[in-house]
Design a binder for this molecule. Structure first.
Ligand SMILES: Nc1ncnc2c1ncn2[C@@H]1O[C@H](COP(=O)(O)OP(=O)(O)O)[C@@H](O)[C@H]1O
Ligand SMILES: [Mg+2]
Length: 199
């Protein structure tokens, strides 16, 4: 209930232009990794495996709380619409000057009509409503608004009912800090590598 009210408040804040983003340089990989870790218990309960893949830090100018909220909404949907034994994969990668997060599941999928309306407020398909577990149909509309406030885009694809869903977010990368000079850092390390799987 608290979450539903929060969603409603956020929608009205966004539509009245009263949402304040606290943007700073953030590693999107770290932000998303934390959200995935926070969903471990839910994954175990739902008997759904979650695989997380990222090769390198992806720096964006963003509000970590709001970006977490976006990923959490998308991941929450993936859990809600994926049956026990299913799989979710969260992949982060750099595409030119853009950071891409892709959350895909092998769950119930979306028909073209649901897909077309998925980001509209209060859009919920009857098929999906039958799965219960609440929600007002505001999650993805909030994701879209918040991502756009970050200068990004969001997209959903599905090959159809029963064939899984992928929701992806693209955000502009910020240029990484200029490399330290040898005088600043005598043992300048190579670029950090991040990777891993959690299920
Ligand atoms: N991973 C997914 N798999 C299948 N359908 C989805 C998925 N994510 C979203 N949808 C569809 O988009 C609708 C809108 O999602 P959302 O805005 O988060 O609302 P809610 O979760 O409250 O129903 C859902 O009701 C469902 O019909
Ligand atoms: Mg939702």
């Amino acid at each position: 209930m608290a979450r539903l009210i929060d969603d409603l408040l956020d929608v009205s804040r966004i539509s009245s232009g009263k949402i304040l983003l606290k943007k700073r340089r953030e590693d999107l990989v770290a932000v998303v990794r934390t959200v995935v870790e926070d969903h471990r218990a839910e994954a175990a309960r739902a008997n759904v495996s979650v695989q997380f893949t990222a090769r390198e830090p992806l720096l964006v100018n963003g509000d970590a709380v709001r970006l977490s909220q976006c990923i959490s909404n998308i991941l929450g949907n993936a859990f809600k619409f994926t049956d026990p034994g299913g799989r979710i994969s969260v992949v982060l990668e750099r595409r030119g000057d853009t950071a891409v997060v892709r959350v895909s599941d092998n769950g119930v999928g979306m028909d073209p009509e649901t897909l077309a309306r998925a980001f509209e407020p209060f859009a919920q398909s009857d098929v999906h409503l039958a799965r219960g577990r609440g929600g007002l149909g505001l999650g993805l509309s909030l994701v879209k608004a918040l991502v756009e406030l970050h200068g990004g885009t969001v997209k959903a694809t599905s090959a159809g009912q029963g064939r899984g869903t992928e929701v992806s977010i693209r955000l502009p990368l910020v240029a990484s800090a200029p490399p330290a000079t040898e005088a600043d850092s005598p043992e300048f390390p190579g670029p950090p590598t991040i990777g891993g799987t959690c299920s």
